[in-house]
Design a protein around this ligand. Structure first.
Ligand code: 5RP
Length: 233
């Protein structure tokens, strides 16, 4: 199986095992999580899933929900009341304790708000995302207030990381997030403590949120090249 096929199999597999009619669902962002949305849309069209209430984590799943006719809400909607049954999302890196780095698609802020407001959480990844230590290979994104771009890079250096501003593709200048902020990608040179960093990075003035997700114990669905779907509880 190639990587695209692994992503599709994993997204579908998670939906088939976890999603039932009537659920309030957080829907993640990225090229793996989009298969979750599509499969839910397909099952709804076939009448196999009903009364799904979806809270998308960015424009990407929101537009996919519109295309598939999946009813869209926000976390603040009366019908949702700030709490979801389940969120399924992708990740950039996952390690043994199921701590993750997320935000490669730039949606970490709403992804974290939605994840932490969910009773249960699942991550869908292909096998290339499993690592021993977070933050050494894939950089950890920070969503920052534009005015704090340089001062946050300085503070990140004091924590042992090198930071760069994320540049946009097919638009001159930096990526502007869906919340009007900038993204810094920070890379560590030595193994780090993701639990402490998730807490400490948010103490830097101007950091809105960071891409460490360590306070949940997600079920991790891992697609392998041989076509098997591994589930780590
Ligand atoms: C977006 C994310 C994505 O879930 C993460 O980047 C993984 O994406 P993909 O499945 O395309 O590799 O955190 O902000």
């Amino acid at each position: 199986m190639d990587q695209q096929e692994m992503k599709a199999m994993t997204g579908k597999g998670a939906v088939d095992r976890l999603v039932t009619s009537g659920m309030k669902l957080g829907l993640g962002t990225g090229s793996t999580a989009i298969h979750v949305v599509r499969h839910i849309g397909m099952l709804m069209k076939e009448g196999k899933l009903k009364n799904i209430l979806a809270v998308p984590t960015s424009f990407q799943p929101l537009i996919a929900c519109e295309e598939w006719g999946i009813p869209i809400y926000t976390l603040n909607s009366k019908e949702i009341g700030g709490q979801l049954d389940l969120t399924i999302d992708g990740a950039d890196e996952v390690e043994g304790a199921h701590y993750c780095v997320k935000g490669g698609g730039g949606a970490l802020l709403l992804e974290k708000i939605v994840a932490y407001a969910s009773r249960s959480y699942a991550i869908v990844v292909d096998e290339t995302k499993i690592v021993k230590n977070l933050g050494l290979c894939f950089p950890v994104p920070l969503e920052v207030i534009p005015e704090a771009r340089i001062s946050v890079i300085r503070e990140a250096e004091r924590l042992g990381a090198e930071g760069t501003l994320r540049e946009a593709v097919r638009k001159a200048g930096p990526v502007i997030t869906e919340h009007g902020n900038l993204l810094l990608d920070i890379r560590f040179k030595h193994p780090i403590d993701p639990v402490a960093l998730e807490r400490d990075l948010n103490q830097i003035p101007g950091v809105v949120e960071n891409g460490f997700f360590t306070r949940l114990r997600p079920t991790v669905f891992i697609g392998h090249t041989d076509g098997t779907l591994e589930i780590r509880e």
